[in-house]
Design a protein around this ligand. Sequence first.
Ligand SMILES: Nc1ncnc2c1ncn2[C@@H]1O[C@H](COP(=O)(O)OP(=O)(O)O)[C@@H](O)[C@H]1O
Ligand SMILES: CC(=O)N[C@@H](CCC(=O)OP(=O)(O)O)C(=O)O
Length: 260
Amino acid sequence: MENNKLTIIKIGGNVIDNPEVLTRFLRDFSKLETQKILVHGGGKVATRLAGKLGVESMMIEGRRVTNEEMLDVAIMTYAGLCNKKIVAQLQGLHTSAIGLTGADGNSIVSQRRENSVYDYGFVGDITEINSKWIKFLLDTDTIPVFCAITHDQKGQLLNTNADSIAQSLAVGLSSLYKTTLIYCFEKKGVLQNVEDENSVIETINYTSYQSLKKKNIIHSGMIPKLDNCFEALKQGVKNIIISNPEIINNPNHPHTSITL
Ligand SMILES: Nc1ncnc2c1ncn2[C@@H]1O[C@H](COP(=O)(O)OP(=O)(O)O)[C@@H](O)[C@H]1O
Ligand SMILES: CC(=O)N[C@@H](CCC(=O)OP(=O)(O)O)C(=O)O
């Protein structure tokens, strides 16, 4: 185990929602020979369960509007169903994993988003990462598995985008570890043409990002993801990759590297 290297991987809803892809990913993830943290979303699962419970889903600019009922659905889905299934599979792979919300161990503190044009409800923006406690877990060979729920230190849980959680963890831990941040989703990387899997853009810097956005080559969920990448780079994270889960056991697999 390389103790000064840390790999933070975020998996999106389309990976979580496909049991075969998830199982294969977790098997490869468990074999990674660096320290590691897993962050997962599950937006698609939450939307589906909310529908079954008669709770309407609304997204604005890639973020879920979260009223009290939707917050309950988010907590049940992310902190319960998705998180515990992943942790159980990791235990089955003989790794020691612990499933966490930001409230557990006071690991991720956020504040309710107030100064926005829209009222997102119970949505939190991250203000602090408890790096010392997370390092303690890593030092005892425990793999933290974070879901998309944080807390405000006043007793309130908040829904927080999983891409932002991965970004903040990478920023908070990059002074302690040589940190690599990998966003895994269903495509091989950021694509020149979303319909063509083989059009992976190898490198994106801030200038090319602006131009790709203007041409609408990059849109919807990819915009907040890349905003998170550039924020992480600005705050000292050195290595950021976007690809699909196959990147974990094959570094030569196509992927997009994000640079400043
Ligand atoms: N140029 C692009 N290359 C790849 N995906 C893109 C691009 N532009 C927009 N997208 C969209 O971004 C989505 C990924 O964002 P999101 O759904 O938030 O990811 P995640 O599954 O990690 O939560 C893809 O499903 C795709 O539809
Ligand atoms: C505030 C906000 O938008 N939270 C997200 C958290 C889940 C998430 O990020 O899931 P994916 O990574 O699968 O999209 C949501 O409820 O959809």
